[in-house]
Design a protein around this ligand. Structure first.
Ligand SMILES: [Zn+2]
Length: 353
């Protein structure tokens, strides 16, 4: 991966952005997009829309959501411990014993999610998962007043993990779901900007996907795309315990994943397959019989309907503090999308026949 691109990815995943609090990540996106886009604007929801050749045809929208799962401060006890709720789908199993960052108006506060020591537990307690309301964050405060001087009700919280390299192109971070999607759509725009596309391109770093595809819904209404592709994570099933019979065979490093199913316009799928061949990008395929659970689900139903599709990147351990992916899959996804866009012209139609 190109060094400037890697720096962008690293800054993006390290920036906190739980749903509804995406501003730090969007500021990283704006700075990067300004180098290649004709225009970069932020709408009232907080979506960042980077455009290229806006008068072109067809109108193409790429969406990668920049929000990540996290938590929120709900209640502070008299002794200064913090109770919290999840933002998005977090596995309650994973949280005790983690370091977290509480993002306040005056910078971040480090905390730990405490847990009763194993010595003090009854044998039955050791087998149980603590629900979120039974967990707490310890910021070292002596009292509620002491805690309130540093954190406020409603402050967002993230796991404290940051970007790290495991081995060669295999890296780990929290929030690759789906900041790597924002990354790929911006990289596709950078590559497409050198290919003089006839299409209009709108690369959108969307918000609030994890709580209901909300940023994609409003930005697609404004953009009025003819064709829309969501870039999101999919489950790599190449680790012990993953069930290929139910979720398909998807490997890290084996290329971006194309999807087939009701959320995917068949003309777009065929054109993506042709683009993969032309760009010499190896790809994988999965079947999605119903909801894709991505921004494409919202974009497909904008106005009178839009030719939608999903291009995904395999990630292991989705929604944990240590998601893992292969950087080569990100480069390949951006190249595939840029080639797909460069081959579109005003006469291409997406009506399935
Ligand atoms: Zn997610």
């Amino acid at each position: 991966m190109r060094e400037e691109s890697l720096t962008f990815l690293e800054q993006l995943v390290n920036a906190p952005s739980p749903s509804g609090f995406e501003q730090p990540a969007q500021s990283v996106v704006r700075d990067y997009a300004a180098q290649f886009a004709g225009e970069v604007r932020t709408d009232v929801m907080g979506n960042v829309i980077a455009s290229l050749n806006p008068a072109g045809k067809p109108r193409v929208m790429l969406a990668g959501h920049c929000d990540e799962i996290g938590f929120m401060v709900r209640y502070i006890t008299d002794s200064g411990f913090i109770h919290f709720s999840p933002i998005g789908g977090v596995d309650a199993h994973l949280v005790p014993g983690q370091k977290v960052r509480i993002h306040t108006s005056r910078g971040h506060v480090l905390g730990v999610v405490g847990k009763k020591a194993i010595h003090l537990m009854e044998p039955e307690e050791r087998k149980k998962v603590l629900q979120f309301h039974q967990q707490w964050i310890d910021i070292g405060a002596a009292s509620r007043r002491d805690a309130e001087r540093r954190v406020s009700i409603g402050d967002p919280i993230t796991f404290a993990t940051t970007f790290d390299r495991l081995h060669r192109d295999v890296v780990t971070a929290r929030g690759f779901d789906d900041k790597m999607g924002s990354f790929v759509v911006l990289e596709a725009l950078r590559l497409a900007s050198r290919m003089k596309p006839k299409a209009a391109l709108f690369a959108v770093s969307t918000v609030q996907e994890e709580i209901g595809l909300r940023g994609a819904t409003t930005s697609a209404f404004a953009i009025e795309p003819d064709v829309a592709v969501a870039v999101d994570v999919t489950h790599g099933t190449d680790y012990p315990d993953a069930d290929k019979k139910r979720f398909g065979d998807v490997k890290l490093g084996a290329g971006p994943v194309l999807h087939r199913g009701a959320n995917m316009n068949p003309v777009v799928v065929d054109r993506l397959l042709a683009a993969a061949k032309k760009a010499r990008v190896k790809h994988q395929m999965i079947g999605v019989p119903g909801r894709s659970g991505t921004d494409a689900w919202a974009m497909q139903l904008v106005r009178e309907g839009c030719a939608s599709c999903v291009v995904s990147v395999p990630v292991r351990y989705m929604h944990t503090p240590i998601e893992v992916l292969n950087l080569r899959d990100l480069d390949a996804a951006a190249k595939l999308l840029a080639t797909f866009i460069a081959d579109l012209g005003p006469r291409v139609d997406f009506i399935p026949t």
